[in-house]
Design a binder for this molecule. Structure first.
Ligand code: 13P
Ligand code: SF4
Length: 304
């Protein structure tokens, strides 16, 4: 049940602080409901360039709040729970990327936005799950392309573009645990339902799906597709967003285990405390910020 008093206190404090609340599609329903804008990583990055509020409360994982901070050096960016990290983003360090680059000195580096500011600063361009093939195509002239850190998104991008990429062994622990047998079982239980999976899923899951989509693309897909039932092979709280997009349609999680524990750390209480205490600030030091911003802006220039 929604705590109305808590929501009212958040709204009042939000106005007082001149703040906006951005939330990723995987946030708990209660957090999505109080957000000014909910979206996928690309939509949230774009939104972060358009904000004129003084404070951004970013309900997502750390790299997402960091992206907002990189794009808004003069605004205060807060994350309700500073321990909400992304294990995939932590699978490559700046040092490891520098070492990889030294072995491929002519390569262009594309990094998935699920990466630290230090890794972005070492990259030529960012990408998200919504635009990785388009970004790789934009670097058609590159002799070699390094793609970090998600090997599954990298493999999907290679399949889509026919371009060979130098991959890193990173992956999302949440999506990596979906089993192809679970897709088969879900199809048996819900005959006629379409399966949507995220490009962070391993190949057997992607191959068993009707569509491989970023979370924002899933929203459009369910709105525009005449089908009435969908099996959702991504983080389970995505279903809250999908149900809002298409209230008359039915959504089934492929697995109850498909949970991102870090995304769940942001609770309504923590959003309130964040605004009360102006915590926890996310800041990126110069010159790393400027270099990371260039990689994000290069992405936005390709897909604007
Ligand atoms: P989207 O950009 O598709 O929302 O994905 C972000 C993410 O972290 C998926 O695990
Ligand atoms: Fe990171 Fe996976 Fe969680 Fe997305 S779902 S934030 S990739 S751990």
């Amino acid at each position: 049940m929604v705590n109305t008093e808590l929501v009212e206190r958040i709204q009042a404090l939000k106005a007082q602080r001149n703040a906006v609340i951005l939330a990723h599609n995987y946030q708990l329903g209660e957090v999505q409901e109080i957000a000014d804008f909910t979206g996928d990583s690309l939509e949230l990055s774009r939104k972060a360039t358009e904000i004129d509020a003084e404070v951004i409360v970013f309900c997502g994982v750390h790299f997402m709040a960091e992206t907002a901070a990189i794009l808004n050096p003069t605004r205060t960016v807060l994350i309700p729970d500073p321990t909400a990290g992304c294990p995939m983003a932590d699978m490559i360090t700046g040092e490891q990327l520098r070492e990889l680059k030294s072995r491929h000195p002519e390569a262009k580096v594309i990094c998935y936005v699920n990466s630290t500011a230090e890794v972005k600063a070492e990259s030529d361009c960012c990408c998200t799950s919504a635009n990785a093939p388009a970004i790789v195509r934009a670097y058609a002239d590159a002799k070699e392309i390094i793609f970090v850190p998600d090997k599954y998104l990298g493999q999907f991008t290679m399949e889509q573009t026919g371009r060979d990429l130098i991959l890193w062994e990173g992956f999302c622990p949440t999506h990596a645990r979906i089993l192809d047998t679970e897709i088969a079982t879900a199809r048996q239980q819900h005959p006629g339902a379409l399966v949507m999976s995220h490009p962070e899923c391993p190949k057997p899951i992607r191959d068993a799906s009707d569509a491989v989509l970023s979370t924002g693309q899933m929203c459009r897909y369910v709105r525009e597709n005449p089908a009435r039932e969908f099996i959702v092979a991504t983080e389970i709280d995505m279903i809250h967003r999908l149900q809002k997009e298409a209230p008359d349609k039915l959504f089934h999680p492929v697995s109850e285990r498909c949970v991102c524990p870090n995304m769940r750390k942001n609770r309504l209480e923590k959003v309130l405390w964040s605004l009360q205490d102006m915590q926890h600030k996310v800041e990126v030091p110069e010159p790393m910020r400027t270099r990371a911003a260039a990689a994000i802006q290069n992405m936005l220039a390709v897909v604007a």
